[in-house]
Design a protein around this ligand. Structure first.
Ligand code: PHE
Length: 448
């Protein structure tokens, strides 16, 4: 079968970065950082992104582009041992599970987008009022579910169109606007009266607060934010062309993703302190904070509109990537049409997404390990399964795949001149540093 490719280098980069940059940066990063003490968490997160995640991303690209099949079969095709097939199932499960709860927040984003369109975020907005309206919206059994379904349908639409016409076209226009906007909002937030405490929270690390759980949370955030260990980068790797530069794609993706997260942190945290919102608000943090910043900006209502539209678009490019992985699996492995595959994924995400959406309201009493269904699924995926998926990918490339294969993928058969110290250190990280670091992080939570 003729497989699809990304049409252009720029397109490929935008789609890959589009998967990475999303709600993970703007919605998840600030509240997880808030729950985990601020600056020290950020430093750990940056460390994990640079040292562990970039090499893992490259490993996933290597596996994807070399095998040119869906994430389930990728590793098995290169090394035909049954266990790599079992591992492949993980890469289909994770993005489907993430899609389910991600769509809930996608729905929330749509709600706030609609609200902004009716000019609800101008002067006169109060922290109390926002908290109340967020509470009554997120606990309702109807609207969040409906919006989640609409969000899934919107994804269905793009993924059905396929790689070039769907994913690639859409991504090219979405990211730049969001970047400009978040930066603008960050500048306003950082200059609010009373912002100092927030700035200290962001930039003055207190390592005495770091526990095993902080480490796990920082690693989880790094994985989630880079769509790592989830099958996405393997699948996107399989759409890359032979002359795409894997190192560049991974480096730039990580760079933009980090930049977005830090700027989003600067947009949210100073305002959290300036308006006394409370750092540990959880998933609602961004939605209860940023409107306060808008209310303090000239043309705040307009800024709010453009912001929520672009946040919605960024969420969309990420959820598309989650949607694409199980779809490509179903099309290639079960030989069904793209449309039917989209339908199947849609229905699965619908069921789990509904449970997640309701876990803020009627199902808030149903807990797993003391967490709501939403929080439990998020923790399971981001903190455990995605790091596990990444661990398997580096073990595979470091210990199972022929070294020459990895090197020829990274250098495009020798046509990219890569200094040998770079290749050596990269392979060293892939073989030793990344796996050991991940195991240590895992164990650390049981020690503290
Ligand atoms: N990286 C995306 C974000 O930051 C989320 C994501 C997770 C996407 C897993 C794909 C797979 O929003």
């Amino acid at each position: 079968m003729d497989r699809e490719n990304f049409a252009s280098k720029f397109g490929a980069l935008v789609v890959i970065a589009g998967s990475a940059v999303g709600l993970g940066n703007v919605w998840r990063f600030p509240y997880v950082m808030g729950n985990n003490g601020g600056a020290a968490f950020i430093l750990l997160y940056i460390f994990f992104v640079v040292v562990i995640c970039v090499p893992i991303m490259m490993s996933e690209f290597v596996i994807g582009r070399k095998s040119r099949v869906n994430a389930f079969r990728s590793m098995y095709k290169l090394v035909p041992q049954k266990r790599w097939k079992a591992a492949g199932l993980l890469y289909i499960f994770i993005p489907t599970a993430v899609l389910s709860y991600y769509s809930v927040i996608g729905g929330w984003t749509m709600q706030y987008m609609f609200k902004s369109l009716t000019f609800s975020f101008g002067s006169g907005v109060t922290a109390d009022g926002l908290a109340k309206s967020f509470e009554s919206f997120s606990t309702s059994p109807y609207l969040p579910v409906l919006l989640m379904v609409i969000f899934l349908i919107v994804n269905f639409g793009v993924v059905m169109l396929g790689v070039q016409k769907g994913l690639e076209k859409f991504s090219k226009v979405m990211m730049p606007a969001l970047f400009v906007l978040v930066t603008l909002i960050a500048v306003r937030s950082l200059t609010l009266p009373g912002a100092e405490e927030g700035i200290r929270f962001l930039f003055k690390p207190d390592f005495s607060k770091v526990t095993g759980e902080t480490l796990v949370a920082a690693l989880g955030q790094a994985f989630f934010s880079l769509s790592m260990g989830s099958g996405v980068m393997m699948t996107y790797g399989s759409y890359l062309k032979q002359n795409d530069n894997l190192t560049r794609a991974a480096g730039l993706t990580a760079f933009f993703d980090l930049l977005f997260a830090i700027i989003a942190g600067c947009a949210v945290m100073p305002a959290v302190f300036a308006f006394n919102v409370g750092v540990s608000q959880g998933p609602g943090l961004v939605f209860q904070t940023l409107p306060l910043v808008f209310s303090q900006m000239p043309l705040g209502n307009i800024v709010a509109i453009v912001f929520f539209i672009s946040l919605f678009l960024a969420a969309w490019t990420s959820s598309m990537s989650q949607f694409e992985v199980p779809v490509s699996y179903l099309v290639e492995e079960k030989h069904i049409s793209r449309k039917t595959a989209c339908m199947v994924v849609f229905l699965i995400a619908l069921v789990f997404g509904t449970l997640c959406a309701l876990s803020f309201g009627v199902l808030s009493g149903a807990t797993v390990f003391g967490k709501t269904i939403f929080d439990a699924l998020d923790a399971l995926c981001a903190n455990y399964l995605m790091p596990l998926g990444g661990l398997l990918a580096v073990i595979f490339v470091g210990w199972r795949l022929k070294k020459s294969v990895a090197i020829s993928e990274i250098t495009n058969d020798g046509s990219i001149k890569v200094p040998s110290w770079f290749l050596k250190s990269l392979l060293f990280i892939i073989r030793f540093v990344a796996p050991v670091a991940m195991v240590v992080v895992f164990l650390s939570q049981f020690i503290s």
